[in-house]
Design a protein around this ligand. Structure first.
Ligand code: CUA
Length: 337
C-alpha cells in the first residue's frame, strides 16, 4: 500500500510540473490572433495528457527498477504473471474514451478557428518564387501585409508557380498555397488581436530561396489602417522612373533583378539598357524598350544566356497595367549605360 501512495504522489508532482509548463505557453511564440487562443488551449489540454501519461510510465518504471531491483545474494526470477482480462478491458476503455473526447474537442476547436465573419476583410495573396504580393479590394498592391486589429481577414491564397505555405507563427494557423488557378485557391481566416509587427514565413520547401520567402505583417488600429489603405491604392505621383522603381519593388522584380550589378537569379538591371545580350540560342539582342517590354509580358521568349527559363512569373501582363509596365521600362532604361 505504501508503494502505491509513493508512486501516486510522485506521478501527481511530475504531472503538475510538466503539465503546467506545457500549458503555460512557454514553448510557444506570442499568441496574436483569436484563432491562436483556442489552438493554444487545445495544445495545453494535450500537454496535460502527455504530462500525465509520461509521468505515469516513467515514475512507475524508475520506481520499480530502483525499489524492486535484485539485491546481492537474492536468487531466482520474479513471479510469472499471465493475462489479466480486467486490466486489459480497463486499459482499452479508458484510452478509447480519451481519444473520442479528443476528437470532439478537436472538431469544436477547428470549428472555432474556421468561424466565418460575413464582414471579413478580403485580401488576395499571390505567392511566387520567392516573394509575397497582397492585393486589396480597393486595388492596392503591396509586398507587406497591413491588417486592422480585431477584424477578421479572409486571405485568398494563390500561387503562380509551385506549392508555398502561408504561415505566421504568432497567428498559429497555416495554409498551403497551391498553383493551378481559381479551382485551387485556398482560404485562411485570421483575426489579429495584437498590434505589432510579425513575419510571414513560407512553410513549404519551394526552391532555392525558400528560406528567404518572408514578408512583414503589420497589425495596426482601424483608423491607421484606413489611412494606409487610401495611400497604398493612390496613383503613383512622381516621374516615370520613380514610379517604375516603386512598381518594381511592389511586384517583386527586385527579388531576382539586382540594381547593383550582382547576379541573383536573373540579369542585374544595372547597365543592362542599351547593351547587347547573348541569348540561349546563340543570337544577340539589343536591350531597348521593345525588348524589355517583351521580356516582361513574355519572359520565356528570349532568355539571356546563362539564365533559366520559367523563373520569372508569366502573368505580369495581367497583373500590371500597361502604364505600370512602361514606367518599369523607363526605370530600367534610366539604369542603362
Ligand atoms: Cu515559398 Cu517556400
Amino acid at each position: 500500500m505504501l508503494h502505491f501512495v509513493i508512486v501516486a504522489v510522485l506521478v501527481a508532482l511530475s504531472t503538475f510540473g510538466l503539465g503546467s509548463y506545457f500549458a503555460s505557453g512557454a514553448l510557444l511564440p506570442e499568441a496574436a490572433s483569436q484563432q491562436s487562443l483556442v489552438i493554444d488551449w487545445l495544445f495545453g489540454v494535450h500537454g496535460w495528457l502527455v504530462a500525465f501519461f509520461f509521468s505515469l510510465i516513467v515514475v512507475f518504471l524508475l520506481y520499480s527498477v530502483i525499489v524492486f531491483r535484485r539485491r546481492p545474494g537474492e536468487q531466482g526470477d520474479g513471479a510469472y504473471i499471465t493475462g489479466n482480462h480486467q486490466l486489459e478491458i480497463i486499459w482499452t476503455l479508458i484510452p478509447l474514451a480519451i481519444v473520442l473526447w479528443l476528437a470532439v474537442i478537436g472538431a469544436s476547436t477547428l470549428a472555432d478557428v474556421e468561424r466565418r465573419d460575413p464582414n471579413a476583410l478580403v485580401v488576395d495573396v499571390y505567392a511566387a518564387q520567392w516573394s509575397w504580393t497582397f492585393e486589396y479590394e480597393n486595388g492596392a498592391i503591396t509586398t507587406d501585409l497591413v491588417l486592422p486589429v480585431n477584424q477578421q481577414v479572409l486571405l485568398r491564397l494563390h500561387s503562380n508557380d509551385v506549392i508555398h505555405s502561408f504561415y505566421v507563427p504568432q497567428f498559429r494557423v497555416k495554409q498551403d498555397v497551391l498553383p493551378g488557378g481559381p479551382e485551387f485557391t485556398r482560404e485562411l481566416r485570421i483575426t489579429p488581436t495584437q498590434e505589432g509587427e510579425f513575419k510571414i514565413q513560407c512553410a513549404e520547401l519551394c526552391g532555392q530561396l525558400h528560406y528567404d520567402m518572408l514578408a512583414d505583417v503589420m497589425v495596426v488600429s482601424e483608423a491607421e489602417y484606413l489611412v494606409w489603405l487610401d495611400q497604398a491604392a493612390g496613383d503613383c505621383e512622381g516621374t516615370d522612373e520613380q514610379c517604375g522603381q516603386r512598381w518594381a519593388n511592389q511586384f517583386g522584380c527586385l527579388a531576382c533583378h539586382s540594381l547593383d550589378g550582382s547576379v541573383i537569379l536573373a540579369p542585374s538591371w544595372l547597365g543592362i539598357a542599351g547593351s547587347e545580350e547573348e541569348l540561349t540560342d546563340g543570337s544577340t539582342v539589343l536591350v531597348d524598350a521593345e525588348y524589355l517590354h517583351r521580356s516582361i509580358v513574355d519572359p520565356n521568349a528570349q532568355i539571356v544566356a546563362g539564365f533559366q527559363p520559367n523563373i520569372m512569373p508569366q502573368d505580369f501582363e495581367e497583373r500590371m497595367t500597361e502604364e505600370q509596365i512602361q514606367q518599369v521600362i523607363a526605370f530600367i532604361l534610366s539604369l542603362g549605360e
